[in-house]
Design a protein around this ligand. Structure first.
Ligand code: XLS
Ligand code: NI
Ligand code: NI
Length: 442
């Protein structure tokens, strides 16, 4: 089998990435991720459902606020549509060689914005057909797509929350086109990330109205999506700030409250990104747990932040402690369902070799595979779960059970409180941390 599509190989010298195990010294091989290995009844591939993010891997070029691009993509072409087509070929070659069964994109990652609305629409339709062709050839599937309604200057004051109705309508052009593309490509989810859906100062902002407009917009998108046969989950991706100061979808709890406030809970769930959770002052696993507890875990943007830098550094996940804690929550929640682990992560500005694109993903995939192995062992051996069950056992019988069932009133509870004798118990945090480490160390 050829591991490239079309008539040109873009990542020459790099073949199919294989599992070689922990002893291997080959940097272009998996040390832990063994796609077909079974864990708790499913293969690693089925559990982890990895996706490559088009924007970081094939659009970003190393530019940052202090410097211009550092990378030249192998599909570079001065004609934008020709480049978009070559980019698609290179992307599918990459997915196939690496072995990520899914991919994710924004409309303008895969296509060309053009000079008019109709040019935008026809370019996007043309590219969608090419993507469909490549999906059929390679078996790679669309985990989700989304509309980029934050980069263009017209969205400087928001898209669905823009104070100007014309901009809200213009954003609808893109969201509608993206839903059409999603259905054509058999996408499993559709994402809304509200990069500009927030505000900079209350001096010029009617927050109540903006949030209501956002809900109206999402409801319309939901209705349109369902009307054209989209059956997957709509996902909102929380982020507390950046680019706006106050983003409306601050974190998982805020987003779930928003979804419920506007009656969208039958169709919407969350897409949790590690670095966004940490920006909100939470741990990654905290936001995953909030979603799991509310039946709102839709999908995951797998990356990691920097403990010292207060912004979204979107690094590839290499911290196996963090991936283990995340996989513990995901596995206890019953898995990712129709979601996946999308590498919303970029190699560093200085990592300019084509090979670096592979190496960064290999590290991320191995880190999550490691987390999966350790987490499933911890769950199977019930080391933490038994401790937690025992810690709350007083609610499982007698008056504690009655309380849990909501069958007591405050007087009865206080009456009981007058008779109790409290035995103080250790929370055993350090013991459990040491235990976790012993599983990680193997
Ligand atoms: C940016 C977001 C973005 C979304 C998709 O911080 O993570 O990449 O995932 O629009
Ligand atoms: Ni993201
Ligand atoms: Ni991010």
């Amino acid at each position: 089998m050829d591991y490239f599509v079309g008539d040109k190989e873009y990542f020459k010298g790099i073949g199919k990435i294989k599992f070689e195990g922990k002893e291997s010294k080959n940097p272009l091989a998996f040390k832990v991720y063994d796609a077909k290995k079974k864990i708790a009844g499913k293969t690693m591939e089925e559990h982890l459902r990895f996706a490559t993010a088009y924007w970081h891997s094939f659009c970003a070029d190393g530019a940052d606020p202090f410097g211009s691009s550092t990378m030249v993509h192998p599909f570079h072409n001065s004609d934008p549509m020709k480049q978009a087509m070559a980019k698609a070929d290179a992307a599918f070659e990459f997915f196939t060689k690496l072995g990520t069964p899914y991919y994710c994109f924004h409309d303008i990652d895969v296509s060309v914005e053009g000079k008019s609305v109709s040019e935008y629409e026809s370019n996007f339709k043309k590219i969608t057909e090419i993507l469909l062709e490549r999906q059929k050839e390679t078996g790679v599937k669309l985990l989700w797509n989304t509309a980029n309604v934050f980069t263009h200057p017209r969205y400087m004051h928001g898209a669905a929350t823009n104070p100007d109705f014309s901009v809200v309508a213009r954003a609808a052009v893109q969201v509608k086109a993206c839903l059409d593309a999603n259905v054509r490509l058999g996408g499993e989810n559709y994402v809304f990330w509200g990069g500009r859906e927030g505000y900079m100062t209350l001096l010029n902002t009617d927050m109540k109205r903006e949030r209501e407009n956002l809900a109206t917009f999402l409801t319309m998108a939901r209705d349109y999506g369902r009307s054209i046969g989209f059956k997957g989950n709509f996902l909102i991706e929380p982020k507390p700030m950046e680019p706006t100061k106050h983003q409306y979808d601050y974190d998982a709890a805020t987003t779930i409250a928003f979804i419920r406030e506007f009656g969208l809970e039958d169709d919407f769930k969350c897409n949790i990104e590690a670095n966004h959770a940490t920006l909100a002052g939470h741990t990654f696993e905290h936001d995953l747990q909030v979603c799991s507890d509310n039946g709102m875990l839709g999908s995951v943007d797998a990356n990691q932040g920097d403990a010292q830098n207060g912004w979204d550094t979107d690094e590839f996940p290499t911290n196996v402690y963090e991936t283990t804690l995340a996989m513990l929550v995901i596995m206890r929640a019953g898995g990712l369902g129709h979601g996946g682990l999308n590498f919303d992560a970029k190699r560093r500005r200085g990592s300019i070799d084509n090979e670096d694109l592979f190496l960064s993903h290999i590290g991320g995939m191995d880190s999550f595979a490691f987390g999966l192995e350790v987490a499933s062992k911890i769950i199977e051996e019930r080391v933490l779960d038994d401790f937690i069950t025992e810690r709350y056992a007083s609610f499982d019988s007698g008056l504690g059970k009655k309380f849990s069932q909501g069958a007591m009133d405050l007087c009865a509870l206080a009456e009981h409180g007058r008779t109790v004798s409290i035995i103080e118990k250790s929370g055993k945090q350090e013991k459990l941390q040491n235990l976790l480490n012993s599983y990680i160390l193997g």
